[in-house]
Design a protein around this ligand. Sequence first.
Ligand code: HEM
Length: 766
Amino acid sequence: MQTSAATVIVSVAIAVVLWWIWRTLKWVWFEPKMLESYLRRQGIPGTPYTLLIGDIKRDHSTLMEARSKPIKVTDDIIPRVLPFPSHMLKTYGRTFFTWLGPIPTITITDPEQIKDVFNKVYDFQKPHTFPLSNLIVSGLFSYEGDKWAKHRRIINPAFHLEKIKNMVPVFHQSCRDVVGQWDKIVSEKGSSCEVDVWPGLMSITEDVISRTAFGSSYKEGHRIFELQTELAQLIIQAVQKSYIPGYRYLPTKDNRRIKAAAREAQVILRGLVNKRLSAREAGEAPHEDLLGILLESNLEQAKGNGMSIDDVIEECKLFYFAGQETTSVLLVWTMILLSQHQDWQARAREEVKQVFGDKEPNTEGLNHLKIMTMIINEVLRLYPPVTHVKRAIHKEMKLGDLTLPGGVHISLPTMLVQRDTQLWGNDAAEFKPERFKDGVSKATKSQVSFFPFAWGPRICIGQNFALLEAKMAMALILQRFSFELSPTYVHAPYTVFTLHPQYLPTKDNRRIKAAAKETHDILRGLVNKRLRAREAGEAPNEDLLGILLESNLGQAKGNGMSIDDVIEECKLFYFAGQETTSVLLVWTMILLSQHQDWQARAREEVKQVFGDKEPDTEGLNHLKIMTMIINEVIRLYPPVTLLTRTIHKEMKLGDLTLPGGVQINLPIMLVQRDTQLWGNDAAEFKPERFEDGVSKATKSQVSFFPFAWGPRICIGQNFALLEAKMAMALILQRFSFELSPTYVHAPYTVFTLHPQYGAHLILHKL
Ligand code: HEM
């Protein structure tokens, strides 16, 4: 009886293993080979299949090679951005196939076929190659069939021109903030200076999405954006490792962080949606932001036809992914191309001045900017933010003369088609906005040869939103500045999700120099202003720079510092004083989250000393519990974990004689956690050790030196401690806090010891 049961189990196990082997072989070999011969029979040329990896390695190495060097601004960018597909195009002609692992991908460049693919949304679907990417790009973007149609119908009203019109003042506000910052930077320097515009442009589009999507709750929106950005970075890394079977299921630190960040975004969004729903029930008028319109549109659907709350949340997350980087990329290339083409920059400015003068741009006017529209179209043609669009087919399909088998992917290479000389003429690679002077259909001769926002029923839902936002930003910029490429600009178009300028590692040095020069210039400007004010008899400022300058000028002649020395010292204040102190604060908050008893004691003390009043120096210096806590935090988590010293000649050190030329490590963290020096509970958080001060706790030994020790002890020690006490007192007066379930404990050092994945705490207002 037992033998027969064992036989059955073994037979089942063998059957399962054989089935698994068969499925794997089918997936990695038989199916790809079958599809390959099918395509070749159709007369479609392509690369031979390589087991499992297909063309991934070839594609990757040509891309790495192409990316290793920048190009001239006048060079063709295709060999740099799409080296592999463009090489295949030259080798095989206008239709060919390559391999994404075991999946054949057919590249199609014929406008009629492209139109067909875009039109038949039910047959040509979105490929779902990397399941993890659903965490950032889900919702409308990835749904199919009836679910997609339902969501598109519900979301459409949010992107009607009528609704977008109401958002234009928000576009203005976000653009004005950034342009205002540039104004300040430039004015401080005189009338012109180098500015890296990319961060500002990213910040415009991020702010626009946060405010238009969530209205007054845009701060929560900002946090969601941070989480989405972090997720995107982690997911790119994970996708690169997805060749390791099952990698995404492993409980690695990154995978845990992915889950935690996704959960946090979900929790914030759910909170926002619930708040809106309760406000609606309480009879409040609906908000005019994307979330408000989406919720209204959803509630108007017949029962059972609407979206679930989770669906709404997915759509909100998608707005960031789909709308932020794409639009900032469009803006950055517009600025770069208008820098190269000063004639078009002047024409665009003239038009803006004619339509708006120096007034705030409005929707009406923006819709009448003809030159600007031509320029933006030409930028989107040459530098489409999304360089190619992909589809998958699951059953045999006709496409023009071709019959394609189910199981293949189709690539529609936007950038290759939009730069194709057969479709756009021999000057296809040149920037000539005049192509679009009679509109897009004239320029394309009504073919689908221009599709930066895709085409057909699944055309980008945010197209009008993005174009109006871009026009607003460009109008404000043109009203206030003229611009040109800086000599430090390196032309290196680069794609991750979208096509943007890359700062190559080899070019980082130039960028480092440019940033250093900019810092130096700003500081020199500040110092000079102070010196001039002093000469004009103004009283010295009471800030660090003021005191430093006075102290320097008070030195005997020849004994002071040079202006360059003063500048170096100012730069050092940032480096030495910023991250170190914030790291001290973050660990204090994390440890007080873990040790609620100490948090309560610290709060009690703060309340006793200050009540709800503003903390003052006198009081801060009397916070005993707080001092004990901060000492214990910097014992366990010293911001600087290691000090080094070098000796240049033979030296005695206790019983040791050390030769010149060696380096000595003083491992702050190891010493401060040493059980021989601090007892068996050295690793535990026990602020009571410091009850009677540092010397009692250390028995007057140098076993606690978070700020170093002796003549070179940190000059900013008192500054940092007072700042930390002020921050903690204010926080404790207002909030109680605890670790969020999404917090991942991952102490990490670059310069200082900080939490690698941030400090996710839950704050409770008191
Ligand atoms: C210059 C800016 C933009 C460009 C170039 C762009 C480009 C695209 C492209 C090429 C697609 C089609 C992708 C595919 O079918 O595989 C798409 C879809 C989409 N875009 Fe945009 N986009 C931009 C801005 C925006 C903005 C501002 C939003 C929203 C706030 C947005 C929301 C969406 C959504 C939801 C889809 C999915 C539509 C569907 O599948 O029905 N996009 N976009």
